[in-house]
Structures are given as structure tokens and as C-alpha cells.
Design a protein around this ligand. Structure first.
Ligand SMILES: [Zn+2]
Length: 246
């Protein structure tokens, strides 16, 4: 029974149905490529659209590389108003500003292998929430993640501090193994499961994020980046479980 449930979850969340559901909820339009920056900062649901449109530009080779002119840089002296916090993997193939086609001052980012978080990461994310008033938090995993792959091998003696990464990802690795999938699907499952666990963790992280999420002031969602297509797929259940859509 357990196996059937796991397979079902994976099938549903990797289907294109998921993206069309998200597009419908967020009112993402197929012929639109841009979203206003000030609106994205004020409204995290709009911020999500801005990320979706930016990634669409990148994946379709239509990037505009915004907010990088001399005038933009000069304005940075006045302060920052990033409209999204990204918790991403350190992998060199997942450069956040490039894949979302955003500019200087747009994204507040913390990156570690497997986007594993610890105290300093929590403080970083909370800082963006309370001091910068950033209302959108995205946990961004990616296809073929080396950290997740390493955890899947369940190594007995990982070198040095790598053990902290393996231990954090291990529950998702074990879940993926229990699902009895073939190798690629198993890794995809573990990547997705790791993101879902991290989203869950942040949504219940006291004292700041859990409170802000419950109030609907801050959105916390998960996504997975596909290395070969360049597309970011937001995970449907992390969108449909947002306060506005429940
Ligand atoms: Zn990775």
C-alpha cells in the first residue's frame, strides 16, 4: 500500500497537469513574459509569477538580464528590497539569478549542497523576512543533485563535515528507496522529497517563519530545476497548500 501511495504522489507531481493547475491558480498567462517588480515585492503571489515569467524567458532563450545597468547599480547604495528568498543548492549549474532572469537586488539567496540548512541559514532567511520584508521563500532543488545522490548511497563514513549533509538528506533518500523505482526516478523522487521536507521544516520553524506563514504574510514553496531544459517546476502541493488556495 505504501508503495502505491509513493508512486501516485510522484506521478501526480511530475505531470504537466501540475503546471497548468499552478498557472490557473496564479493566473500565469502563456503569452506574458514580464511581471512588475514593485508588485512582486508587495505581493508574494505576484512574486511567484515574476519568477515563473523570468524562468520562462531563460528557458526560451529570451533573457533580458534586468537591473544591471550603471544606474541600477548606483541605486543599490540606497538599500535593498529583494522580492524573493531562495534556498538553493550550491551546484554550479544552478545560478539563481540567471535561471530566473533576475537582476542585482532582486533575490536574497542562501546556497549549500542539497540546500541543507542549519542555524546560520535560518538566521539568514529570517533576516530577509523581518529586516528586508521579503515575503516569498522558495526552496529550490534540482535534477541530478550530487548531494542527494551521495545520500542515496548511504555511505557509512562520509568525509569531514560532509556527514552533516548526508544525515540531513538521508530521510528523503530512505523514502525514495522504499518506493522501489528505477535509478533515475529514484533520484528524482529523493530530490523532490528533500525539497518537500525542507519546505515543511521552514513552514514550522519557530519563532518567526511559522508565525508569518500561518498569518499568510510569508509564502514558502518548493521547486525543482531541470538542468537540461532550463525549466523550474514549482511543486504543485506546495502551491495548492498556500493560504489563498486552501
Ligand atoms: Zn545539488
Amino acid at each position: 500500500m505504501k508503495r502505491i501511495i509513493y508512486l501516485l504522489v510522484l506521478t501526480v507531481s511530475t505531470s504537466t497537469f501540475g503546471q497548468s493547475t499552478i498557472n490557473g491558480l496564479l493566473k500565469v498567462k502563456s503569452d506574458v513574459y514580464f511581471a512588475d517588480r514593485d508588485s512582486a515585492y508587495a505581493d508574494p503571489y505576484y512574486g511567484l509569477k515574476k519568477l515563473i515569467y523570468g524562468n520562462k524567458r531563460f528557458a526560451e532563450n529570451k533573457s533580458i538580464n534586468p537591473r544591471q545597468t550603471d544606474a541600477d547599480l548606483k541605486n543599490n547604495e540606497l538599500g535593498q528590497k529583494p522580492f524573493a528568498t531562495i534556498i538553493g543548492c550550491a551546484d554550479s549549474r544552478v545560478p539563481n539569478e540567471i535561471i530566473f532572469d533576475q537582476g542585482v537586488g532582486d533575490l536574497f539567496i542562501t546556497r549549500t549542497a542539497g540546500q541543507v540548512m542549519a542555524e546560520a541559514s535560518y538566521g539568514t532567511i529570517e533576516y530577509a523576512t523581518v529586516a528586508l520584508n521579503t515575503k516569498l521563500i522558495v526552496v529550490l532543488g534540482h535534477e541530478s543533485c550530487g548531494a542527494v545522490d551521495a545520500a542515496m548511497k548511504l555511505p557509512e563514513n562520509p568525509p569531514g563535515h560532509v556527514v552533516s549533509l548526508i544525515n540531513a538528506i538521508k530521510p528523503s533518500a530512505l523514502k525514495a528507496k522504499a518506493a522501489n523505482l528505477d535509478d533515475t526516478k529514484e533520484l528524482d523522487f529523493a530530490v523532490r522529497s528533500n525539497v518537500l521536507e525542507q519546505v515543511k521544516l521552514l513552514r514550522s520553524l519557530e519563532p518567526i517563519l511559522s508565525r508569518e506563514f500561518d498569518k499568510g504574510e510569508v509564502l514558502i514553496v518548493g521547486a525543482v530545476y531541470n538542468l537540461s531544459s532550463g525549466k523550474v517546476e514549482f511543486i504543485e502541493e506546495t502551491i495548492t497548500s498556500l493560504p489563498k488556495f486552501k
